[in-house]
Design a protein around this ligand. Structure first.
Ligand SMILES: Cc1ncc(COP(=O)(O)O)c(C=O)c1O
Length: 376
């Protein structure tokens, strides 16, 4: 049996999600906009799912828009507000996902001013630094709830409060936080908030964007009147149903923190020359970013893979590229340290035995990768 410890990249389907997906694909084929029985049953299925996704973030269903995933949700929010008034300044952070950084870079190309706030060595964005970057012409602040590579939680509520006072739109990428920490979107203070289903044991290709009541974003996909005119296109009912079931399961959280801590303790006890990134600050409980000093992380990832364990170096989106992770570099790691960093991300299905087997394999693989890195 393989061991899957790359759940921040994506998660396997939960059996109950798969069952709901299959049932929906088979039985609920109607177009949710049609008035006949088939259409009505599709409508009911999608609205039940919306209710369940909204509950995950303590929102009301009508404020949740289904999208094709976290990337679309982030794009929809950022492009949806950036050009809405005469203010053309955007504040974001150096550790955001490319689905935030790329839209912001594109807006900069189109003439917007952009401030990118740096991260601390622990991977935290200083709330004061974000607040200090807000200017009278600031339209948007975009900040993630939890980082995908380190798991470090960011002080979003503090920043959101000031944004509200100054009438600045606050967007939160909560893709990695949802299901791992409690989210109450009102307490958090986000105007818009992005979610993705495939990080929660649901399929890829569906996500959601929370839009605070009364806000209207410039539309990014034009066409039919679906999703209260906020996102055109015939709804993908089975994927929405699957997301709904996954959100329900995610609300009953299983704390992976004890297992993650056991993994880190075992790595330290094994005497590896490691640094656990973000260990001194609050993190989501499933993520461990470990720098194996002097080693080649790619060698570790390949060695583990050949032995039946899936982990990753940095973010999946940047795998296949040689460049070290922009998140780790933003935290002040050297390129060598970033290239020596492995991400372990656990899920509700991870077991004690899997952690023990992974550590045992690392005891063989890491010394080999340190030697090879020295010889290279
Ligand atoms: C923090 C964060 N934001 C956004 C995304 C993009 O989500 P999706 O894969 O659903 O487009 C990811 C996915 O890796 C992520 O980790």
């Amino acid at each position: 049996m393989r061991i899957y410890l790359d759940n921040n990249a994506t998660t396997p389907l939960h059996p109950a999600v798969l069952e709901a997906l299959e049932r929906s694909l088979r039985d609920v084929f109607g177009n949710a906009s049609s008035i006949h029985k088939e259409g009505q049953s599709a409508r009911r299925a999608i609205e039940d799912a919306r209710e369940s996704v909204a509950s995950l973030i303590a929102a009301e269903a009508r404020d949740v828009v289904f999208t094709s995933g976290g990337t679309e949700s982030n794009n929809a929010a950022i492009f949806g507000v950036a050009g809405q008034d005469g203010r053309h300044h955007i504040v974001t952070t150096a550790i955001e996902h490319p689905s935030v950084l790329e839209p912001v870079t594109e807006l900069e190309r189109r003439g917007h001013a952009v401030t990118i706030v740096a991260a601390s060595r622990s991977g935290v964005i200083n709330a004061g630094a974000v607040i200090a970057a807000i200017r009278p012409e600031t339209r948007l602040v975009s900040m993630m709830l939890a980082n995908n590579e380190t798991g470090v939680l960011q002080p979003v509520a503090e920043v959101a409060r000031v944004c509200r006072e100054r009438s600045v739109h606050f967007h939160c990428d909560a893709v990695q936080g949802a299901g791992k920490v409690d989210i109450d979107v009102s307490a958090l203070g986000a105007d818009t908030l992005a979610l993705s289903a495939h990080k929660l044991h649901a399929p890829k290709g569906i996500g959601a964007l929370y839009v605070r009541r009364g806000l209207s974003l410039d539309r990014h996909i034009l066409g039919g009147a679906q999703e209260r005119r906020r996102r055109a296109g015939t709804e993908n009912v089975p994927l929405a149903v699957a997301f709904g079931v996954a959100a329900e399961i995610a609300r009953d959280r299983i704390d992976t923190g004890a297992l993650r801590d056991a993994l880190e303790r075992a790595l330290l006890a094994a005497g590896f020359p490691i640094v656990i990134n973000g260990a001194d600050v609050p993190r989501i409980p499933n993520t461990s970013s470990v720098t194996f000093r002097g080693a080649d992380a790619e060698g570790i990832v390949i060695g583990l893979d050949l032995s039946g364990v899936a982990v990753s170096t940095g973010a999946a989106c940047s795998s296949g590229r040689i460049e070290p992770s922009h998140v780790l570099l933003a935290m002040g790691l050297t390129p060598e340290e970033a290239r020596a960093t492995v991400r372990f991300s656990l899920s509700r299905f991870t077991t004690v035995d899997e952690i023990q087997r992974t550590v045992a394999l690392l005891r063989e693989i890491v010394p080999r990768c340190v030697r090879q890195a020295k010889e290279a």
